[in-house]
Ligand binder design. Structure first.
Ligand SMILES: [Fe+2]
Ligand SMILES: [Fe+2]
Length: 261
């Protein structure tokens, strides 16, 4: 099957909210940065078809932080789909953002079909840990899913490839080899999008593009010579899909967008 008409997705990630909307971390007010990002996303024309948020909704797992995150995300124009990050709690995310009454704590992964493309959202979180992992059951689900060839994008929180930054690579998806083998063997995955590292990067491995997005909130330095946190503004990635074609660009929030939030 081939992809059909033009379709666009906003990939954003890592807002890291606190219960106090005025809380500042690394010089950034996360609630304000998220508000600015949402206003910027809502102003995109033509309007994106959907958004995928790849985790770390909150920095502190409190009801107040999740309520604040939910209130802000309800103002996003396009529908939003979620992945779980290492700072998230599966039950809280399900209760607040998916409106599930008695949510379980099992991994949250799923697949969407839009305009000839398959969008796979994985759960790489391991409760209580900063690094990521994937259990055998999820890997088997993915393997079965990808046996049907269809243009596919994968979204997840942790990076599955080394980015060459030792402290951050200690927090990557552990035992990524089975996942990479499935993605490579499927011959239909165009790109993998992830958050977690709080800066933009683009890697190429086994014919697949691997791209991160800047965090909405604070940014990490991307080289071993950098400070841990740097003063770049947050941002998001716009992905445009056409027939047999993928285009993408990262937008960093402008001073004007941040000032208006
Ligand atoms: Fe994060
Ligand atoms: Fe993370």
């Amino acid at each position: 099957m081939t992809a059909e008409s033009e379709f666009s997705i906003v990939h954003f990630s890592d807002a890291h909210l606190f219960g106090d909307p005025g809380h500042v971390i690394y010089g950034v007010q996360p609630a304000r940065a998220l508000k600015a990002a949402i206003a910027s996303i809502n102003a995109i024309r033509p309007r994106p078809d959907l958004c995928i948020y790849t985790g770390d909704a909150v920095s502190e797992q409190t009801e107040a932080a999740y309520r604040l995150f939910k209130a802000q995300m309800e103002t996003v124009g396009p529908p939003v789909h979620y992945a779980i990050g290492n700072h998230d709690d599966r039950g809280s995310l399900r209760r607040h953002l998916l409106n599930q009454g008695q949510p379980g704590g099992d991994p949250y992964y799923y697949c969407l079909h839009r305009s000839g493309w398959r969008l796979v959202v994985l759960d790489t979180s391991r409760p209580g840990e900063l690094w990521g992992s994937m259990e055998e059951e999820q890997l088997q689900w993915l393997d079965r899913l990808l046996r049907e060839r269809q243009p596919t994008l994968v979204f997840m929180h942790h990076h599955p490839l080394s980015i060459g930054l030792s402290w951050m690579d200690a927090l990557m998806l552990k035992n990524a080899d089975p996942l990479l083998k499935i993605l490579e063997g499927s011959q239909c995955v165009e790109a993998v999008f992830f958050g977690h590292i709080h800066f933009e990067c683009h890697l190429h491995y086994a014919g697949i593009h691997f791209m991160s997005v800047p965090a909405i909130s604070f940014q990490f330095g991307e080289g071993p010579w950098s400070e841990k946190s740097v003063s770049l503004p947050g941002g998001y990635r716009l992905i445009s899909l056409g027939e047999q074609r993928l285009r993408t660009v990262v937008h960093r929030l402008t001073a004007d967008e941040l000032r208006r939030a």
